[in-house]
Each structure stands twice: as C-alpha cells, then as structure tokens.
Ligand binder design. Structure first.
Ligand code: F0G
Length: 353
C-alpha cells in the first residue's frame, strides 16, 4: 500500500496563507505533526485531556519550519537571493535548511556560546554563514534588523509577518485533529512570535467555523528571562532553556493581546521546574524535548499546583527536539550505565540477571 506524500505547509494550507500563483511551492515536508495524548502527566494535572503537539517532528526538529517555508518562499517570490536571521539556534537551523534547499545564501547571527550544539551543527551542515555575536540574542536581533534595512537580504525572523502566517497553521491542525479548539493551549514564550501565531490561527479557525471555542493562551517564560511577566526588558537574561533566553521579545505586544483577548496568562517557570518537566516528559511519556519545550509542561504543573489550572482539554506545544541539546541531557540526568566484557556472563551480570 502506498502512502500519499506529505504535502507540506504551503500546499496543505494554501487557502489560509498569503500565496500567489508566483509563490514557489517549496517544501521539506513540514507540518502535519503528531498530536499525541498524554499517558501520565494528564493524570497528575487533573485535567480531562492533555495532548502534546510534537513540533520536533518537523524536518529540522522544531516548529520554526512552518514559518520558515512561507518566509523563504515569499522572499524568493520577491527576488531575494539571501536570507538573514538572528537566532538562539532553531530559527537559524531552519533558515539554513530552506536556504540550502532553495539555492539561497543563509547568514545567521547567534549569541556566542549560548546556542545548543545540535542547532549549530545543523547550521554548519547546511552551509550557512555563521556570525557569533559577542552579545545576547536581543543584540543580535537589533543588528539583523538594521542589516536587512540597508542591504538586499531578506530578514526571516518572526518580525517578518510571513513567519507568523506559516506558524499559525499549527492551530489549524490542532482544531482539525480535535474537531474543535482546545480549552487551553500551553506554549513556551521567547521572542513571542509563536504565541502570536497560534492566537492568530485559533482566532481565524473560529471565524471560519473550524472551531467553536477560543482557547485560553497559557504562555511560559523562563524565570531568568521573563520580561513580559516582569513588565520590563531583562538586560542579561539567563536560563538553561537557551532557546528562550530572550530579554526583549519582538512580539511583546501581540503576545499580551493573545493573553488578554483569550483570558489566559503569561507566567514564569524556574530552571528547576523546567528541568523537572523535561525529565518527566522523557521518563513518563517517552518524549525527549529540548528544555525550552518543557516550559509549557512546567507551567501547567505550576498552575495545577496552585489550583489555578481549570480542567477541560489542554494542548501543550512541544516546540523542539531533545536531540538538539545533548549537553543538557547528559548533565541533568543520571545515566544508568554499566560496563561489561564481551561475554554472556559479563552482560548478564551487568543487566542484573
Ligand atoms: N521553543 C523553542 C524550541 C524555540 O526555539 C523558541 C524560539 C521558542 C520555544 C519560543 O518561541 O520565540 O516564538 O516565542 N526560538 C527562537 C530561535 C528565538 O531563534 O530559534 P518564540
């Protein structure tokens, strides 16, 4: 039996995206990611249903591919030959992949020493020009915006509205899979583009009668990088979740609108809470995500512990793969390893048999 090829975001969601006949229909098979029911954390939280949207199943291992495919296609339509972004790692991996696929030059600005090794390895493999900036992600984004204003290079950060358009398709997929929008959506917040995109998607789904509900948007920042929660930019953001180590999010106001219009909240979770959720997702659910992704589950656990998480059907967005950050995996879990000689007795002894 043969299976239909994956359409990709542009072909699958053409009717809700800003495409024209001239937009090249590029794809790496992004989108259509699994929505998987929780087997353990759902019970702990006491909600009726908990679902995980596995965005690590995208081609470069994070949700960024949904928006990048649209941003790169639209940039090509406008005649661009080069793309540029600032990134904590995943945006750059995605930009580099689509640029390689489409014969464009990719240049990426990353905060030096603050990007998980797997993400840098991706940028290297795809042949991007990598500029390690001596500063924060926020510094790098200001520089990238300025460069793009003065040079013929397309900026593919989420300040580019085409990125938001592509990323909103995840909300459409969730409504399609569940037959309606969930009661609440939990999502990590960094530069705040993704919470903005999901809210746009859910709002459109309700307008188009794909959904009867609007979910409460529950966004979670890392406590050491929580400018929206604290109400002011953070000059030196710090967190183990390097993907969301951001002190001055570009989509700050749209994220607050998503929170307020949906009756939701944006809260902070500590690194300890993030790493606990990270460990629990792996050990109790079989889901190996990167630390930033675990912030969504850490946040749900925090609200549940405070008695402020209402029941109903909840979706947690797991934004990226644990394989991107093997260093955190190795330093925050105790490996259960034994050595054995290449003999049956040796292996049996090591296995405790
Ligand atoms: N989760 C992961 C794995 C991310 O890489 C990011 C952002 C977020 C969550 C937060 O999403 O920024 O839209 O609020 N990563 C960006 C990057 C900043 O450069 O890869 P956001």
């Amino acid at each position: 039996m043969s299976e239909a090829p994956r359409l990709g975001v542009l072909a699958r969601w053409a009717e809700v995206l800003p495409l024209t006949p001239e937009t090249p229909r590029i794809t790496l098979g992004e989108g259509d990611t699994p929505l998987v029911r929780s087997v353990a954390i759902e019970r702990e939280l006491g909600v009726d249903e908990l679902w995980f949207k596995l965005e690590s199943s995208n081609p470069t291992g994070s949700f960024k591919d949904r928006g990048m495919v649209v941003a790169v296609a639209k940039a090509m339509e406008r005649g661009a030959q080069a793309v540029l972004c600032a990134s904590t790692g995943n945006t750059s991996a995605s930009a580099a992949a689509y640029a390689a696929r489409c014969g464009l030059q990719a240049s990426i600005l990353v905060p030096r020493g603050r990007v998980a090794v797997g993400k840098l390895a991706q940028a290297v493999a795809f042949g991007a020009r990598i500029v390690e900036v001596e500063g924060s992600f926020d510094d790098a984004l200001v520089l990238a915006r300025t460069v793009a204003e003065t040079h013929p290079i397309a900026l593919v950060n989420s300040v580019n509205p085409d990125r938001i358009e592509g990323q909103k398709t995840a909300a459409y997929e969730i409504c399609e899979s569940l037959g309606d929008a969930p009661d609440a959506l939990a999502i990590p917040v960094g530069n705040a583009g993704n919470i903005t995109a999901y809210w746009k998607g859910f709002t459109e789904c309700a307008e188009r009668d794909f959904a009867t509900l609007h979910p409460r948007m529950l966004g979670f920042q890392a406590a050491g990088a929580a400018p929206i929660v604290g109400g002011e930019p953070v000059a030196d953001p710090r967190t183990v979740a390097t993907a969301i180590r951001i002190g001055n999010p570009a989509s700050w106001q749209p994220a607050e609108r998503a929170r307020d219009e949906s009756g939701g909240r944006i809260d902070a979770v500590t690194d300890e809470e993030i790493l606990d959720a990270y460990g629990l997702l792996a050990s109790a659910e079989g889901l190996f995500v990167e630390p930033a992704s675990a912030a969504s589950v850490a946040g749900l656990r925090k609200l549940s512990g405070q008695g402020t998480l209402r029941g109903g059907r909840v979706v947690a967005v797991l934004t990226g793969s644990g394989l991107k950050d093997p260093e955190t995996a190795e330093s925050h879990a105790t490996p259960d390893v034994a050595r054995a000689g290449a003999t049956l007795e040796g292996v049996e002894r090591a296995l405790g048999l």
